[in-house]
Design a binder for this molecule. Structure first.
Ligand code: BG6
Length: 488
């Protein structure tokens, strides 16, 4: 069985501290990710892990708690668990206080690289950074990993970034957007920049429009105290949806290194056309779910969950324009919501139709423009629809059909990785390519603040949609002009 780690001969050992170590994110995502990295022997060999929270545990009871949670999602391999447990320790302190920082420094003792993961409410980032600094834990060997949301608007985001930036350099900060750790998101970059096929077609000459959907079947439920302050715009669009948009729209970076990639993403964010009072009513849709049925089970409305009147949106859709040469005239349709009929994260790149049909009348109605569909979840799949001849003979001449060329990502029987596995591994390796830079977060907030301001000025409140439907009617009207439709 694992022993308490003591501070003797720890010098040079890498240490990971999980702030919020007894919380939901740590137990449901971070520790299982560390376990899987342990199974694959990908953790730094001398890594120590310290869970830290105010909850009252000692090392043994914390390991028991972690083991129980792990058992809920995995068939735990005892040998790997024992290796992980031997690294695992716990400290119960209030890390927003100077004494908490001191106690942590004492627990860590002499060390090598130090990774501090903030799985905490962002309102605590400032005081925690001060406590870490006072305890001399913010030297050049320290990396700070920050969970979203970094702020609630541009102003609060700048304040949080400044508080963290006051104790460490930007190169020591790893801002997580867990979507960037998803396998297919990385595959999107490979698809675009490791093939010659797509790049010549990746612009307004060949692409009609792009759709990005993150649909969730989950309700807000117990998370409402957090969610009600943010809503779908700030919880999902500011980060995950805009990050996906950047990866689809960015220019080829000069290399796959942190600044080259992030420079290109920031350029896209800077090119997003801001919303105004005048266009927000046409080009955005806000929704809030009312009672309905999702996957066969009855759901109450958002207002009933919250228990008081609120105008927070649980659904948002918008048509976004990117004002640059490549994308002028190509709308990007984004949507996300809770209590939708399907769990689906999908990017659809809709190409333009062929300029002229040579196959005659019968085939005309059968011709479909090419479409690249990138599924991130629940399945990981990339498929390109191409037109082919329908087999056999016909009196009416050549008949056509559309068939998908599919690159199914999952190796048979393979486990789907948790996005955090890749991101934790990159933090240990010190690679910031898949993390969000300060100017990126702030630029994204600038855009989102513009949307919120336009809604307020135009008096746009959320329209109701029944749980289990694809959002308010307006979401369909948004994309319908020019005969377009959501891929449902
Ligand atoms: C989080 C949001 O960032 O992403 C949640 O705060 C949302 O509201 C979650 O449910 C979705 O993540 P995933 O990986 O399950 O699609």
């Amino acid at each position: 069985m694992a022993k308490e780690t003591n501070n003797a001969d720890q010098s040079g050992r890498e240490v990971l501290v999980l702030l919020g170590g007894a919380g939901d994110l740590a137990l449901r995502m971070l520790l299982p990710s560390l376990y899987y990295l342990e199974v694959d022997r990908l953790l730094p060999h001398d890594l120590r892990i310290i869970g830290l929270a105010r909850a009252d545990h000692d090392g043994a009871s914390y390991r028991k708690l972690v083991r129980e949670h792990l058992g809920k999602r995995a068939n735990v391999e005892e040998a790997a668990w024992n290796r992980l447990a031997a690294r695992l320790d716990y400290l119960s302190v209030d890390i927003t206080k100077e004494e908490g920082g001191k106690a942590l420094a004492e627990k860590i003792g002499p060390h090598g690289d130090l990774v501090v993961y903030f799985a905490l409410s962002p309102s605590l980032y400032g005081p925690v950074c001060q406590a870490l600094k006072a305890a001399d834990l913010t030297g050049p060997q320290t990396r700070l990993v920050l969970e979203k949301p970094i702020g609630r608007d541009l102003e609060s985001s700048c304040a949080t970034n400044a508080a963290v930036g006051a104790v460490v350099d930007e190169s020591q900060i790893f801002r997580i957007d867990h979507y960037l750790g998803k396998e297919t998101v990385q595959n999107l970059t490979a698809l675009r920049f490791a093939n010659v096929l797509f790049e010549p077609l990746w612009d307004n000459k060949s692409i009609d429009h792009v759709q990005i959907t993150i649909a969730e079947t989950e309700k807000v439920g117990d998370r409402w105290p957090y969610y009600d302050e943010y809503g779908a715009l700030r919880d999902m669009l500011q980060n995950h949806l805009l990050q996906l948009l950047c990866l689809v729209a960015m220019e080829a970076p000069s290399g796959f290194d942190p600044d080259a990639v992030r420079d290109e993403k920031v350029k896209v964010l800077r090119s997003l056309r801001p919303f105004t009072k005048a266009n927000a009513a046409h080009d955005t849709v806000r929704g809030q779910y009312v009672a309905g049925v999702v996957e066969g089970s009855a759901r109450e409305g958002y207002l009933e969950e919250v228990g008081k009147p609120t105008k927070t949106e649980t659904f948002v859709a918008m048509k976004v324009d990117i004002d640059n040469w490549r994308w002028a005239g190509v709308p990007f349709f984004l949507r996300t919501g809770k209590n939708l009929p399907d769990r689906r994260t999908q990017i659809v790149v809709q190409f333009k139709p062929v300029p002229h049909n040579i196959f005659g009348k019968a085939a005309q109605g059968e011709t479909r423009a090419n479409r690249l569909v990138i599924d991130l979840q629940p399945d990981e799949d990339i498929s390109l629809t191409v037109m082919t001849k329908r087999p056999g003979l016909s009196e009416e001449g050549m008949r056509l059909q559309s068939l998908p060329l599919s690159l199914n990502m999952a190796a048979p029987g393979s486990r789907r990785r948790i996005a955090y596995e890749k991101l934790l591994l990159d933090v240990f390796r010190g690679d910031r390519t898949l993390f969000v830079r300060r100017d990126e977060v702030e630029q994204a907030w600038k855009f989102v603040d513009g949307v919120a301001r336009a809604w307020a000025e135009a008096g746009i409140d959320p329209a109701p949609y029944a749980a289990g439907t694809w959002g308010p009617q307006g979401a369909h009207a948004l994309i319908a002009p020019q005969g377009r439709a959501w891929n449902e």
